[in-house]
Ligand binder design. Structure first.
Ligand code: SAM
Length: 317
């Protein structure tokens, strides 16, 4: 018996067949008693799970995993393991594998259960579902069909990395995984070169060196950046430096574990008086003097006082 079959048999796992849920031949072995159950409202509950340290699970996530009528996961083995760590029994409930490519039959099967009024937990392999992970198709369809949906927020590598990076956190752009080939990656990076926000990327450790080299070439070697590795795990490590220095340090240097790469926004190009006046004229067409000054001060990176004075002068004309 292969590992998956052995696992399924042990779990009494369920799977989608057409629009129906079918139980594997083996019956579940968990006792059907769950203590301290909280009533979980009907609908889809998107449950965030740890990205490393198992104790990062939230109490609410445990309540949902304990009380939901149906459990759905990108990887049923990972969810089962997490539940075992936290003493949450399956207790004969369906545990269904589902991801964005599981097909329409699987999706319709889950929707039918939600339409019957079942409470359903959905967890991806790690972290927040939908964030470079499956769950988007399911969540979008559930919302579009007017069925109830809620989220139990929790760990997310992008947010954890942002808080540790030392880079500005007031505005950020999460761009997921860059393309794997260098040409496509350079185009992808250059499209974000002038974005006034901290950029956050996920990357495989194998490609870290080549990503950093392309980032230094496309975004500029002087920009501040950070590499956050193995977050919440034993060998957690944050390395900060310019893109140029990091690209050099990681050139040919094999890295292990999971990584998030972050880079500071580009310095705003110094705006001249005509740029300021033209931006203000446009803003004043739809905004008050105060709002236009604040908007232009932000978008051109100039002092608010200067923008306000120029806006007043223009408004008087
Ligand atoms: N859904 C997850 C989340 O909320 O962060 C992301 C899943 S995505 C398939 C996996 C990528 O997230 C990894 O390749 C890495 O870039 C990042 N990642 C996940 N866990 C991490 C960790 N503990 N430390 C650093 N990066 C991590």
């Amino acid at each position: 018996m292969d590992l998956q079959a052995e696992y399924d048999a042990r779990d009494g796992n369920w799977f989608a067949k057409g629009s129906k849920l079918v139980r594997h031949p083996a019956e579940p072995v968990d006792p059907p008693v769950r203590h301290g159950l909280r009533a979980i409202p009907p609908g889809l509950h998107l449950v965030s799970t740890p990205i490393g340290a198992a104790r990062d699970i939230t109490l609410r996530a445990l309540d949902i995993l304990n009380g939901a009528d149906v459990l759905v996961a990108e990887d049923t083995r990972t969810l089962r393991h997490l539940m075992e760590i936290h003493g949450v029994p399956l207790a004969g409930r369906p545990l269904i594998a589902h991801h964005d490519h599981s097909g329409d039959a699987s999706l319709r099967g889950l929707l039918a259960l939600l339409a019957e009024g079942k409470s359903m937990a959905y967890a991806s392999e790690a972290g927040t579902p939908l964030i470079s992970d499956p769950g988007f198709e399911l969540a979008r369809t559930v919302a579009a069909e007017g069925l109830p949906i809620s989220a139990a927020p929790g760990p997310c590598a992008a947010i954890c990395a942002l808080t540790l990076s030392g880079l500005p956190s007031d505005r950020f752009l999460f761009a997921g995984f860059p393309p794997a080939t260098s040409a496509a990656r350079k185009t992808f990076l250059s499209e974000m070169a002038s974005v006034q926000a901290t950029l956050i990327l996920y990357e495989s450790p194998r490609r870290l060196g080549s990503l950093l080299a392309d980032m230094a070439a496309t975004l500029g070697a002087d920009r501040n950046a950070a590499i956050c590795r193995e977050l919440t795990k034993r060998f957690e490590d944050v390395t900060r430096g310019t893109l140029g220095a990091l690209a050099e340090a990681y050139d040919q240097h094999a890295v292990k574990g999971e990584v998030v790469v972050l880079v500071d926004r580009c310095s705003p190009v110094a705006a001249n008086a005509e740029d300021i006046a033209s931006a203000l004229r446009e803003a004043l067409a739809t905004m008050s003097v105060k709002d236009a000054a604040s908007f232009v001060s932000h978008s051109l990176g100039i002092p608010r006082k200067l923008a306000y004075k120029a806006a007043l002068d223009l408004d008087r004309l």
